[in-house]
Design a protein around this ligand. Structure first.
Ligand SMILES: NC(=O)c1ccc[n+]([C@@H]2O[C@H](COP(=O)([O-])OP(=O)(O)OC[C@H]3O[C@@H](n4cnc5c(N)ncnc54)[C@H](OP(=O)(O)O)[C@@H]3O)[C@@H](O)[C@H]2O)c1
Length: 270
């Protein structure tokens, strides 16, 4: 049976990808900085930021799904002033480069790289780091695919939670279609094994809603009493901040339904 290596398999998207692969009875190896407890996969301890363990992790591998990243914003669930100036590149650029080089040496059959919709116009340093990593994949000699996804619901949830203390939420009127990791994982796994290579269909959520409406649904799901102030934003500025609408594939799970599952029965405060 062929072996698939998943980087970032302990992350939000990675966990869903691994669940799909295991559910499809595929043989899966997870690259992680420390071994986890799930017993239906092989664990390879390694670090993209240093290169430790990568050669061993690739031994006998047929397909690589590269879903690892280091995003300080996603980790802490909020933007700080420093995020407008720099973002570490050790995982997404140098780590991707190391992995690609080893994949070339080991004649890996398919390298599927997970990326983000709208990177070309996005201005945050993390987006520039992701774009640099993606360009390495496109320029490499491996047989590659790139799947660009819209921002995930879990991240939107974290970002909005960070604003919850504000009595008034200024929110762009820009349309946006974030997506759930379960839908992205379905798409990524399909793209990994359908024999097609190169630029794959983007994946976004099922609805195009303004950020202000998405924030209102979040507020209502949590039972918060906050006023939302819809603010106009130029298209260029919105694109710079990653507020875009994807082309291509659409997930099925709506934000309101995701919120319902997450916050069913919870009313934080009046
Ligand atoms: N979040 C979004 O809204 C979004 C939107 C579109 C596309 N994407 C892309 O989707 C992919 C997954 O994103 P996510 O939000 O699911 O990520 P995540 O939850 O932050 O998980 C990141 C993963 O990368 C691993 N990782 C970090 N540093 C590493 C290192 N030095 N060596 C090896 N592994 C390392 C983490 O392992 P540990 O458990 O050890 O930390 C974790 O498994 C990324 O390519 C991201 O750019 C994300």
């Amino acid at each position: 049976m062929t072996l698939t290596l998943v980087t970032g398999g302990t992350g939000h998207l990675g966990r869903d990808i691994v669940d799909r692969l295991v559910g499809d009875r595929r043989h899966v190896r997870l690259l992680a900085r420390s071994a986890g407890t799930r017993s239906d996969v092989e664990w390879a301890v390694g670090d993209l930021a240093t290169g430790a363990g990568l050669r061993e992790a690739l031994h006998g591998v047929d397909t690589v799904i590269n879903a690892a990243t280091y995003s300080p914003i996603a980790r802490r669930g909020g933007v700080r002033p420093v995020d407008f100036f720099k973002s570490p590149a050790t995982v997404d650029v140098q780590g991707t480069e190391r992995l690609l080089s080893l994949c070339e040496q080991q004649c890996i059959r398919h390298f599927l790289h997970v990326s983000i919709v709208g990177l070309d116009e996005a201005t945050l340093p993390y987006a520039r780091v992701k774009l640099a990593g993606e360009r390495l994949v496109r320029a490499s000699a491996v047989s590659w695919s790139v799947v660009r996804a819209m921002p995930f619901y879990y991240l939107l949830d974290r970002m909005l939670a960070g604003l919850a203390w504000l009595p008034l939420w200024p929110m762009p009127m820009t349309p946006f279609n974030p997506v759930d990791t379960s839908d992205v994982a379905d798409h990524v796994v399909a793209c990994a094994f359908d024999g097609i290579r190169g630029e794959r269909a983007q994946i976004g959520g099922p609805e195009d809603l303004s950020v202000a409406v998405l924030a209102g649904q979040y507020r209502d799901a949590r039972g918060l009493h906050r006023k939302i102030l819809p603010i106009p934003m130029s298209e260029t500025r919105a694109r710079g901040m990653g507020f875009v609408v994807s082309q291509g594939a659409r997930g099925r799970l709506a934000w309101a339904d995701w919120l319902q599952r997450r916050y069913a029965g919870s009313c934080d405060e009046a």
